[in-house]
Write a protein that binds this ligand. Structure first.
Ligand code: URA
Length: 251
């Protein structure tokens, strides 16, 4: 959020007063005097003072959910339980939504927030955010499959995927386990990639998204707030660059 907007929102003063405070060098961010009124700041991640008054913004919430199978990645659904239903009523906020979608039968990491900007940035195709999945398929995976993923899988129908990294953990005649790292988010992407090499996904779990890895101690169906280290790691995705039109300027 812009520094001047934050100070207005936190009732430090009128627009004019806030401008005057910033220009007269009374505002610091992480100990540094800031005179740029529209600088993007985040009171959850930075220490902001006006004189000796610390600004405690009513901040956004950021949760990591270990999504169970059977639950849909949506805000509301007439038929199925949603990932938002798994969030305790006391922790729910207006505008809470999951960043990206996992299929109903997929488990694992899902970030949930009320910060529209973060989701927008993490899902921008050119940011090429890596998502790691653990996959179990119904056939033997081979080095030829790894090569095909590296070259770029072509879906039935001709759509080409970006190069992906397949790491085989175990391979047997009727079941194999692997990690797959992809940098896109096409609909049913992982399942379709494996179908393109003639294998059916029988279990799928997301392990990481960009710098955030699923907390192994988080039981399936449980969630927790992101910690300070995780929020710091996400900092590059809180920024809007000039050419990136934002859907939501709230930071
Ligand atoms: N790819 C899929 O096929 N399903 C998911 O849930 C996520 C990625």
């Amino acid at each position: 959020m812009r520094l001047d907007k934050l100070l207005e929102q936190e009732k430090i003063g009128s627009k004019r007063k806030v401008k005057a405070l910033i220009r007269s060098k009374q505002v610091t961010v992480d100990g540094q005097v800031i005179i740029v009124e529209n600088q993007n700041v985040d009171a959850a991640l930075q220490e902001i003072f006006v004189g000796n008054q610390k600004i405690q913004q009513a901040t956004h919430v950021y949760y990591m959910l270990n999504k169970p199978a059977g639950v849909v990645s949506a805000v509301s659904d007439s038929e199925h339980q949603t990932v938002i239903d798994l969030i305790d009523k006391n922790h729910r906020r207006k505008g809470l939504y999951p960043i990206g979608r996992l299929d109903r039968d997929t488990e694992g990491l899902l970030l949930i927030t009320d910060n529209g900007q973060l989701g927008y940035q993490l899902l921008l195709p050119h940011k090429k955010v890596t998502k790691r999945y653990e996959v179990v398929v119904n056939e033997r995976l081979t080095e030829a499959d790894c090569e095909a993923f590296k070259k770029g899988i072509i879906f039935t129908g001709g759509k080409k995927c970006k190069p992906a990294e397949l790491t085989i953990i175990s391979a047997q005649e009727n079941q194999s386990r692997a990690y797959l790292d992809i940098t896109e988010g096409k609909f049913h992407q992982v399942k379709k990639m494996f179908l393109a090499v003639g294998k059916k996904v029988i279990y799928l779990k997301r392990l990481s998204m960009g710098p955030i890895s699923l907390d192994e101690t988080l039981a399936v169906g449980h969630y927790r707030s992101l910690n300070q280290d995780e929020l710091q790691a996400l900092l590059p995705y809180f920024t809007t660059h000039k050419k990136e039109k934002s859907v939501d300027h709230e930071i």
